[in-house]
Design a protein around this ligand. Structure first.
Ligand SMILES: [Zn+2]
Length: 246
């Protein structure tokens, strides 16, 4: 993953510029308390007690995930948001790893058949989330429903770790306050989600609905994807600040 990071340094620099712009924008919009709260964390992030950040860009490779109203693939949007989030975590001093920073599935080699490849892929993603004793795990996805009217990000969490609800709450609030002010969705229990059975604090971030044409258009926009990544990061950062000693 580190070599991947070097290859895309240029994209990382672009993100820094965009992130600074976005942060300045929000300060100007008089939510500077949110930003300054989070900015303070960067200073204190040298403590070894701080968690590693494990990121999962949902789907990839043979598995496109859900499909937008214009043919957009969920896997591509997940990857774009996750890469921006990855850079932000690194920039702010977190040890960060990701399941993928390019368009691949992570199933074991030598497995044939879509069903078995998917099972292997999911098993490996869960193993990844379990690969550290002190991590916060975030899986990035896009939602879809048969009725086009539904929209808005929603966080899913399990009861496996008592901190999960706080993590989901912080990210949900951050996305709503910074990016989706009209969003009235509430965080949701999902104990049956395979990926959330890690004992590390974890959350599945459904950024919005690709089945809603207006939201699909936004989620396909590079600028909006970066804004979403900044929103997720600020919620994550606040969660860490409030629940880990620096
Ligand atoms: Zn998905």
């Amino acid at each position: 993953m580190r070599s991947n990071l070097k290859k895309i340094t240029e994209a990382g620099l672009t993100l820094v510029v965009v992130s600074v712009f976005v942060l300045c924008y929000y300060v100007a919009k008089d939510i500077n308390t949110v930003v300054s709260d989070n900015a303070a964390v960067a200073v204190s992030s040298a403590s070894s007690t701080l968690p590693e950040i494990l990121l999962d860009a949902g789907h990839g490779g043979f598995d496109g995930g859900c499909v937008g109203v214009g043919g957009e693939l969920e896997k591509d949007i997940n990857l774009s948001i996750t890469k921006s989030l990855y850079y932000l975590c690194e920039i702010f001093g977190y040890e960060t790893r990701a399941t993928r920073l390019k368009d691949i599935a992570i199933n074991d080699s030598g497995i044939e058949g879509i069903y078995d490849m998917k099972q292997s892929d999911m098993k490996n993603r869960l193993e990844f989330f379990k690969s550290s004793d002190n991590a916060v795990c975030i899986s990035i996805h896009q939602n879809q429903f048969t009725d086009e009217k539904y929209s808005g990000a929603q966080m899913f969490f399990s009861n496996k770790n008592p901190l999960n609800e706080r993590l989901a709450t912080q990210i949900q609030q951050s996305i709503v306050s910074l990016t989706q002010k009209e969003n009235t969705r509430e965080i949701k229990h999902a104990d049956d989600m395979f990926l959330l059975t890690t004992e590390n604090p974890s959350v599945m971030v459904e950024c919005g609905f690709l089945s809603n044409s207006e939201e699909c258009k936004k989620l396909s926009d590079k600028g909006y994807q970066k804004k979403m990544a900044v929103s997720v990061f600020l919620g994550l950062n606040k969660f860490v600040r409030e629940n880990y000693s620096a």
